[in-house]
Write a protein that binds this ligand. Structure first.
Ligand code: SF4
Length: 309
């Protein structure tokens, strides 16, 4: 069979489902290639994968017997401010594809010495602005061992939504330690789930930067962040924390999280929910905090002049 692939909105990040589908079809002896619109070649199957809901769909005619679409860009709707998963519009990979070693050759530049994958899926939290619980379940569960998508690469980019919430996270952390690769927990670590054991194991994993999130101002996480800082003594450059704004928080609560994190030795990074409709003060806060040169020199938000950034 002749298989075509379309990464509808991919730019700087390789599309994992397409890499798995490519490997799966190549194992079956099929030919696999990127669809080039101007060539108008005919395919038996074309897979289209889209990550973001807000990006436009593929605009060109696709000459194929079957077109299969999947990804969050096709199956997530926002209803009353909540992300809702529509399973009918998603593609579940067949098990042999889901567990295939990704065809990193599809993205030679982006995957140079870097492995990508999920060890776990799902998350028990169910935050309203996030589709993970609806799409993958309100429980974190193991889906793979590291060897399923890593084969000695120097860097590992994990896409797990909440690895520490999985019952088998200790075993998985040991796999990451044993790899001796640099690990990037791209979706962040849940500071609420870091106890003594997790701290010890995380310290043994090679990391360039650790990402956390403090999304909900009602969560009192100051003590947790202080404990982790004390245990690791990592510099603020290595400790990044996403601070969600414009979603059930006041400006004062946003400022409190930013100041608290900075004073504890973390590097806050402001994210804005529904940025188009966010108040000006929230957009200014983001400009101040995320411009690190300015944030380091202007210590209080009241002293920030938008002309600086
Ligand atoms: S903790 Fe993270 S992954 Fe889990 S529901 Fe909230 S935002 Fe999503």
């Amino acid at each position: 069979m002749k298989i075509g692939l379309i990464d509808v909105d991919g730019h700087n990040f390789p599309n994992l489902p397409l890499m798995k589908l490519s490997a799966y079809h190549k194992q079956k002896g099929d030919s696999v290639e990127w669809v080039i619109p101007i060539e108008n070649s005919h395919y038996d199957i074309v897979y289209m994968s889209k990550v973001f809901s807000f990006t436009p769909d593929f605009q060109h005619f696709v000459n194929a017997d079957e077109i299969i679409k999947g990804g969050s860009g096709y199956c997530i709707d926002v209803v009353d401010g909540k992300e809702v998963y529509n399973a009918a519009r998603d593609l579940n990979l067949p098990p042999d594809a889901e567990h295939a070693y990704p065809d990193y050759g599809l993205y030679p530049e982006l995957t140079k010495d870097t492995a990508y994958g999920f060890l776990t899926r799902g998350c028990p939290r169910g935050c309203g602005f996030c589709h993970v619980a609806a799409k993958e379940g309100r429980r974190s569960y193991k889906v793979a061992n590291l060897s399923e998508f890593w084969n000695g690469q120097k860097y590992i980019k994990l896409l797990d939504p909440n690895l520490l919430a999985c019952d088998e996270h200790i075993e998985l952390l040991y796999q990451l330690i044993d790899s001796r690769a640099y690990v990037d927990f791209t979706q962040g670590l849940d500071i609420r789930l870091i106890g003594k054991r997790e701290k010890e194991l995380l310290k043994q994993i090679k990391v360039k930067i650790l990402h956390f999130a403090w999304d909900n101002p009602a969560d009192d996480l100051k003590g947790k962040f202080a404990d982790f800082k004390k245990a690791t003594q990592y510099s603020s450059r290595k400790l990044s924390v996403y601070v969600l704004t414009n979603y059930d928080s006041t400006h004062e609560q946003d400022l409190y999280r930013v100041y608290t994190l900075r004073d504890l030795g973390y590097d806050p990074y402001v994210m804005i929910y529904d940025k188009e409709n966010a108040p000006r003060i929230t957009r200014l806060l983001q400009r101040w905090v995320n411009n690190k040169r300015v944030f380091k020199t202007v210590l209080r938000f009241e002293d920030f002049d938008p002309k600086m950034a």
